[in-house]
Design a protein around this ligand. Structure first.
Ligand code: ADP
Length: 226
């Protein structure tokens, strides 16, 4: 589904973020990318969204080089990929319900769809009783679960979670991981990045280790047992 072929990325200031990365993520996988700060994880995510271009090599989404896309095709690609960030990026002046409704409106969904889908997705992330709370009335874990609900409401095929537990304690971290697993069980490909070596034990699926821009380990046993 997503493929990196001999991808290197150097930023204009000369920082080399990725070096000769080869990686294939299949539909339906739950992939965790682990590595210390500066290893290149965020750059990898940006390349998947065509927010950055590789200096060398090719990034393919369903066998098409995404860096040949025109604007309309890039917009379509980004609609197929949901994003969750460490710092949540919720709209502070909108309730939980409205944060999700807003993402649906932006994707052209009808009022009927919004009224019927928002409560369902809030239930999926165990926030049915927080529907009319504002972000500052939610705990960190609740905020991240709301951000996940918003990221999946338009049914992307892939969910990229970039350090989603970076601001959370252990209890909330495991709740977020359980929800990501549930979303993966429902068919969405999940790509989780983290610097937290402890976290990968809780995830227990394919783990890709990165160091200084290179993939130094790829435990894809989960893939071969499917
Ligand atoms: P991680 O997400 O694993 O912390 P990043 O992909 O953010 O890693 O960064 C990888 C390397 O690329 C680091 O050395 C970082 O300083 C550099 N880098 C990231 N973004 C930029 C940028 N926009 N301009 C210049 N260098 C960057």
């Amino acid at each position: 589904m997503i493929k990196f072929v001999n991808v290197s990325k150097a930023y204009p200031n000369g920082s080399v973020a990725l070096e000769d990365v080869n990686l294939e993520i299949e539909k339906g996988e739950f992939v965790t990318i682990v590595g210390p700060s500066g290893a290149g994880k965020t750059t990898l995510n940006k390349l998947m969204l065509a927010e950055e271009e590789p200096t060398e090599g090719t990034v393919l989404f369903e066998n098409t080089d995404i860096n040949t896309f025109n604007n309309a095709q890039t917009t379509r690609l980004r609609r197929r990929i949901g994003m969750v960030f460490q710092e949540f990026r919720l709209l502070p002046n909108k309730t939980a319900y409205e944060n999700i409704a807003f993402a649906m409106e932006a994707a052209g969904k009808s009022d009927e769809e919004i009224v019927s889908d928002v409560p369902h997705v809030l239930q999926l992330v165990d926030l049915a009783d927080r529907m009319f709370h504002f972000p500052n009335q939610l705990s960190g874990g609740e905020k991240q679960r709301l951000a996940i609900a918003r990221a999946i409401i338009n049914q992307p095929e892939v969910l990229i979670a970039d350090e989603p537990t970076g601001n959370l304690d252990m209890h909330n971290t495991s709740e977020v991981i359980e929800i990501l697993k549930k979303i993966n069980d429902l068919g969405t490909t999940v790509v989780l990045t983290t610097h937290d070596q402890q976290l990968i034990k809780a995830v227990g699926q394919r783990i890709i280790s990165m160091e200084r821009g290179r993939i130094v380990g790829d435990d894809n046993k989960a893939r071969t047992t499917v």
